[in-house]
Design a protein around this ligand. Structure first.
Ligand code: PMT
Length: 221
């Protein structure tokens, strides 16, 4: 299904939260899932903006890319890129970031076996997009869960006030991080779908089919 004339905003990859000039807190997201969504949306004729955390992937053809590093930078870049018809939040955004970034490399302290870092919550990009005055017609979140996938995914659907949640099971042998294939369990208020297992590009196409059908079914779009 075509997305010609639609503006699609996608976030992808991890965020890096700096501790000092040498170290950071990160996660295992490669960006492949979000880049596949961006590439598939552009191939369907959408005008695509891709806000990417630190990843080693080429920019898909026809996609406008904004590179960021931290959760705060991703938050600013995503909100700056509004308005959009669709937001797909595939990034693995840090929930916590160090309260302060040390200006100099933290050194080992003689006699100290432990080091405590104070972390503070990051702003929730997905929830802020969903509550934004220029809210996209469709807001699609992702979820990475080790346990009770449907329970936590549906909780995010309601709590973050989004239209679809695409949940992955993580922590098992077929964990989607860094891999080329994935299975998404998609939940909405009115249904549930399993996409895959398949290459991430195919899974992205199936997710865009769901998105495009919803845009077409909504008379306000
Ligand atoms: O990048 P790959 O290696 O291809 O792997 C893909 C993936 C597993 C990273 C991807 O499919 C995925 O699940 N991304 C979301 C991972 C995640 O952070 O889930 P979460 O349950 O912590 O967050 C839920 C939602 O809130 C996500 O849409 C996330 O982007 C969003 N969020 C979270 C925290 C925050 N501060 N701001 C957010 O917008």
């Amino acid at each position: 299904m075509s997305l010609a004339g639609r503006r699609v905003l996608v976030s992808a990859g991890p965020t890096y939260e700096d501790i000092d000039p040498v170290r950071f807190l990160g996660n295992r997201s490669s960006g492949k899932m979000g880049f596949a969504v961006a590439a598939a949306a552009a191939a369907r004729g959408a005008q695509v903006v891709l806000v990417a955390g630190p990843v080693h992937l080429p920019t898909p053809p026809g996609v406008a890319r904004v590179d960021v590093r931290s959760a705060a930078q991703m938050h600013a870049a995503v909100l700056d890129a509004l308005p959009a018809d669709v937001y797909v939040g595939a990034a693995a955004v840090a929930d916590y970031t160090p309260r302060t970034v040390a200006a100099r490399k933290l050194k080992k302290r003689p006699g100290a076996d432990t080091l405590a870092l104070e972390l503070v919550r990051t702003a929730d990009i997905l929830a802020d997009v969903a509550a934004h005055p220029r809210r996209p017609r469709l807001v699609v979140g992702f979820a990475a869960e080790t346990d009770e996938l449907e329970h936590y995914a549906r909780d995010k659907l309601v709590r973050k006030r989004v239209d679809l949640i695409a949940a992955n099971r993580v922590g098992s042998a077929d964990c989607p991080f860094e891999r080329d294939d994935n299975t998404l369990h998609v939940f909405a208020a009115d249904g549930a779908w399993t996409l895959g297992p398949a290459p991430k590009r195919e899974v992205a196409e199936a997710l865009l089919d769901l998105i495009a059908r919803r845009l077409e079914a909504d008379p306000a779009t």
